[in-house]
Design a protein around this ligand. Structure first.
Ligand code: UDP
Length: 237
């Protein structure tokens, strides 16, 4: 069975790359994610990835310690570039062509992101790995994921988390929490279900971009989730 989607945007958080640690990149987790991505790409789906940076630096933490917020967010965005280089290289080592792009100009490190060049790379069979978030402070890589999905005309955003979808309450805290198969953008925002930030959901709603929330450790893997086998929640209209 193949995926219903031609082009997807996958959000990979920094936390997913850190695995059992809270800081840095754990090779088994990096390679596990790269191999799931390679499987999907090999089956013919075009894959764009936005990487987070929480395993390296978060602007909010820096600001809390007194660093000016704009500087702290630049540090956070640079952290996402480290992850982008690592993930793009790990995907290449799976035998799949991959190209990193940076939202900020750093020509000796990666091509600067433009929707035109990234789309061309996708059409040429590259998995594109987008670092640097939106390139602006006060945003998150969840918002960057939604923005890039819209810019690159992806069919869907895939957001991997620790739980297998959106629940009525935090399933780690509340045993009566139930998972939604589908939920509307407005309801997620109104109920403040913190799977992604409000800016990301609002942007998705205004541009009718569906979001699938699934568990990173789903047995069916990313390919299975795309084929509708794994558990997930679809956030849409
Ligand atoms: N960041 C930013 N603008 C963006 C995306 C990210 O300033 O468009 C900074 C921000 O400081 C954030 C850090 O980069 O804390 C890491 O991104 P994020 O927290 O979204 O990573 P994740 O939680 O997905 O690992």
């Amino acid at each position: 069975m193949s995926s219903a989607y031609k082009r997807i945007l996958l959000k990979v958080s920094g936390e997913a790359l850190a695995g059992d640690n809270s800081f840095g990149i754990e090779p088994p987790f990096l390679h596990g994610i790269a191999s799931q991505i390679a499987e999907v790409a090999r089956a013919g789906t075009e894959v764009a990835i936005v990487v987070g940076g929480g395993n390296i630096f978060r602007g909010m933490s820096g600001a809390a310690d007194g660093t000016d917020r704009v500087t702290a967010d630049l540090m956070g965005m640079l952290g996402t570039m480290i992850n982008a280089l690592a993930l793009s290289n790990a995907i290449s080592r799976q035998g799949i062509k991959s190209k990193p792009f940076s939202a900020a100009t750093m020509p000796s490190v990666a091509d600067t992101f433009t929707a035109r060049d990234a789309k061309q790379a996708l059409e040429d069979g590259f998995v594109v790995v987008l670092g640097g978030g939106t390139g602006n402070p006060f945003f998150t890589t969840d918002t960057a994921a939604t923005l890039r999905a819209i810019e690159l005309e992806c069919d869907v955003v895939l957001k991997g988390t620790k739980v297998d979808g959106v629940y009525s309450a935090d399933p780690m805290m509340d045993p009566d929490a139930t998972r939604y198969a589908e939920i509307g953008y407005d309801e997620v925002i109104r109920r403040n279900l913190k799977v992604m930030d409000t800016a990301a959901f609002a942007l998705a709603r205004d541009n009718a971009m569906p979001i699938i929330v699934y568990a990173l450790d789903d047995e069916a893997g990313l390919a299975g989730v795309l084929e509708g086998r794994g558990l997930s929640t679809r956030v849409g209209d």
